[in-house]
Design a protein around this ligand. Structure first.
Ligand code: G
Ligand code: G
Ligand code: NA
Ligand code: MN
Length: 254
């Protein structure tokens, strides 16, 4: 309850910030895009992890405002990078299932793009299976409405939980993210190698971009490259970075 109040205040007073994790083209190491991830540094409580405050935002009905804040902040940052000729091709923003219950999610997103003079292709929206399992009638309608404006979706944490292949038929998805649990022991586990292979096959057959998450070492990257993965994200390349850190990272990268 106390934390809930604090989170509400954090959203209102801009106490949250976004960090951006690079996603790299495996071929040449160039930047494919970045994923925006929320961080919360509370003046007394210190660092509160998103694993704690995102579920809290979802349970307490604050997720609509948190997402609105994330959309504004990410779009503003993207516009600033564009103005300063910092080459960030696209920013991925995480959405929660409840965001699709709002009747004006699509309008909200279009308004942010317009306010910062961005194109629909400048952002990508990350969905989790929770969105797909949702039986709220507004969810599919909103998803297709957003898609009709040329905004793309990425399916996060692919391969975990209940994410099923039939979603790939129903949904306007352009990207899959292989969950990091499959990458963790990839260089050691024949089973995980078989599974990551199956996922890239699906992606290639359906013409989807496939991003491998949680890549931490060269051995994992070698397996992914061999299997034909085009894009990777993980500590091997960079942790999630503050904007100035990302700019410095870009100066050093190919
Ligand atoms: O950054 P980290 O990997 O610790 O994030 C933990 C979890 O919080 C991940 O599942 C991530 O998707 C989620 N998360 C981080 N930032 C946001 C956000 O802005 N919105 C939503 N909905 N989830 C987020
Ligand atoms: O649920 P989602 O996939 O959005 O969560 C991304 C989370 O993974 C973030 O909290 C981010 O900090 C974390 N992350 C990013 N790169 C790595 C990595 O290489 N290894 C591990 N273990 N976690 C990572
Ligand atoms: Na994500
Ligand atoms: Mn993920």
């Amino acid at each position: 309850q106390k934390l809930e109040r604090a989170l509400q205040e954090a959203i209102e007073t801009n106490q949250l910030n976004l960090v951006y994790q690079p996603q790299v083209n495996i071929d040449d190491g160039s930047l494919y895009g970045v994923e925006a991830l929320a961080r919360w540094q509370h003046p007394e409580l210190g660092f509160v992890s998103p694993g704690e405050f995102i579920p809290l935002a979802e349970e307490s009905g604050l997720i609509g405002r948190l997402t609105q804040w994330a959309l504004t902040t990410a779009c503003q940052q993207m516009a600033q990078w564009r103005a300063n000729q910092v080459a960030v091709p696209v920013v991925s923003i995480n959405l929660s299932p409840d965001n699709f219950h709002s009747r004006d999610l699509c309008q909200t997103i279009l308004a942010e793009l317009s306010a910062f003079n961005l194109q629909p292709s400048d952002i990508l929206l990350e969905l989790t299976e929770g969105v797909l399992l949702d039986t709220n009638p507004n969810t599919m309608k909103t998803l297709h409405e957003i898609h009709s404006h040329g905004i793309g979706f990425s399916l996060d944490d692919f391969g975990t939980g209940y994410s099923s292949l039939s979603y790939l038929r129903q949904l306007p998805i352009k990207e899959l993210k292989l969950d990091k649990s499959f990458v963790k022991d990839l260089e050691l586990s024949k089973t995980d190698q078989a599974l990551s292979h199956a996922v890239i096959q699906i992606g290639q057959s359906l013409n989807l971009k496939v991003v491998a998450e949680g890549v931490e070492n060269q051995a994992q990257l070698a397996v992914l490259r061999e299997q034909g993965y085009p894009i990777a994200q993980g500590y091997l390349f960079a942790r999630p970075l503050a904007p100035a850190e990302l700019e410095a990272w870009l100066e050093r990268s190919p």
